[in-house]
Design a protein around this ligand. Structure first.
Ligand code: ACM
Length: 432
């Protein structure tokens, strides 16, 4: 077994050459987890028993990863975390649909089951919203966007591979592309601002008017029609309050709403979206922020630290120290990229090694874990794939919940990378 390591594996010596006709699919066994499976290999053949359709899919993946010689014995496996995610930022640099589908295949190969698409940000709006067409007419002027038809294709392709696509629409910060499209969403409607062409956190944020809340809810109405996922992400991170402090209209709204500090307006905004999504039987996810208590009943995606203690709120762990794959995999030069980039224009200076990711030991109380592909410094699909792998392989073992010792992982990684290479996957350099 290469990736991930099974929870239980007994071998009896000897092996059988894998042939389709030796494989017998047994009736599902409800005592196995719905994503779990058991493989029994004997001279008589190979039996695959699963807890459900996803388990059958993962069992088949494992068989394909075992290679041509399947050892006699029993493999029993199931994932530790229900949410095993990968986030792709298509806002900073748009990624074509063909690459999104290819990434879904890579998730499936690694038994990961959530593709979180970061669809909007200061630098771009990448989802067609029929009720508000300027969002893409203006907001996607650099790069492109996904039509409803594209999204339906991506969602269906992912579902066939037991991957759920979770959309993210950022608010109330990281929303400059939306404000560029519709200035009345901003705090100074008399002023036209462009879709942002720099990286960082823009000061321009949504205003607090009821009409803006309704606009965002309209957008979410269209989002939930397109994405069947129970979870809908609304961002909520890094929302500067300078405009709310300065704007007389925002100050009036704060007083009207009984909000003491402008900082409290972000929580209020998110609470309004959570209520709206609940009416659609959906659950809100947002990034964790230190100056904001999580809204009850929402899911918090933790990125600044590795702790899972957020009261009663469900938690997804996405700590930058373990899971931000836009960070460089080595302090030295790698794959033709420079060791240092004083201008900070082509590569992040933070380092996150393969070993750092493999050493991630997520709190078991979390619902899940997720790795991130932010694309400020990854303009092409080729580069995203190159930066994602092999760290995504280490992450997959963490997410499945059975990492072993690191040298053993490296030994198993070797044939796995050869197999990915044979599939045409562009893996980055192995920098252990
Ligand atoms: C984040 O990295 N701002 C979630």
């Amino acid at each position: 077994m290469i990736i991930p390591r099974p929870r239980r594996m007994t071998t009896a010596g000897g092996s059988v050459a894998f042939r389709e006709d030796l494989l017998r699919l047994m009736p599902d066994d409800p005592s196995l987890h719905e994503e779990g499976y058991r493989i029994d290999v004997s001279p008589a053949g190979i039996e695959l028993t699963a807890g459900g359709p996803a388990g059958r899919f993962y069992g088949a993946r494992t068989l394909s990863q075992l290679g041509p010689a399947v050892p006699y014995g029993t493999i029993e496996d199931r994932p530790r975390f229900a949410w095993r995610g990968v986030m792709l930022d298509v806002a900073r640099h748009f990624m074509p649909k063909t690459f999104v589908l290819r990434l879904v295949d890579l998730l499936a190969e690694h038994k990961l089951n959530v593709l979180h698409l970061h669809l909007t940000d200061d630098q771009g709006w990448r989802l067609e919203i029929k009720r508000h067409p300027r969002l893409t007419e203006v907001g996607a002027e650099r790069g492109g966007f996904y039509t409803h038809e594209d999204v339906r294709e991506i969602v269906a392709y992912a579902a066939e591979r037991f991957v759920t696509v979770v959309p993210e629409i950022e608010m109330p910060g990281h929303a400059q592309a939306a404000i560029a499209a519709y200035p009345h969403l901003g705090n100074d409607p008399s002023r036209e601002i462009p879709v942002w062409s720099e990286w960082g956190v823009s000061e321009h944020v949504l205003n607090l008017e009821e009409s803006t809340i309704r606009f965002c809810q309209d957008v979410l109405d269209e989002v939930v029609e397109l994405f069947p996922s129970t979870y809908v992400h609304v961002g909520g991170d890094e929302c500067p309050v300078t405009e709310w402090e300065r704007s007389p209209a925002a100050r009036r709204r704060l007083a009207e709403l009984g909000l003491r500090r402008p900082q409290d307006a972000c929580a209020w905004f998110i609470g309004r979206m959570a209520g709206h999504l609940a009416e659609h039987s959906r659950r809100l996810v947002c990034w964790d922020e230190p100056d904001r208590d999580p809204t009850p009943g929402t899911t918090v995606m933790i990125w600044r630290d590795e702790r899972a203690d957020r009261g009663d709120n469900e938690v997804i762990l996405a700590p930058h120290t373990r899971t931000y794959f836009d960070y460089r995999p080595s302090a030295g030069p790698f794959g033709g990229r420079p060791a240092a980039d004083p201008g900070g224009t082509t590569v992040r200076d933070r380092v996150l090694t393969l070993a750092d990711t493999y050493a991630f030991t997520p709190d078991r109380t979390a619902r899940g874990v997720q790795c991130q592909l932010w694309t400020e410094y990854m303009p092409t699909p080729e580069l995203v794939e190159f930066m994602a792998l092999p760290r995504m392989c280490a992450f997959a073992e963490v997410a499945w919940g059975s990492p072993g010792d690191y040298p053993d992982f490296l030994r198993r990684l070797d044939p796995h990378l050869a197999r990915l290479g044979a599939m045409g996957v562009r893996t980055g350099p192995l920098i252990p």
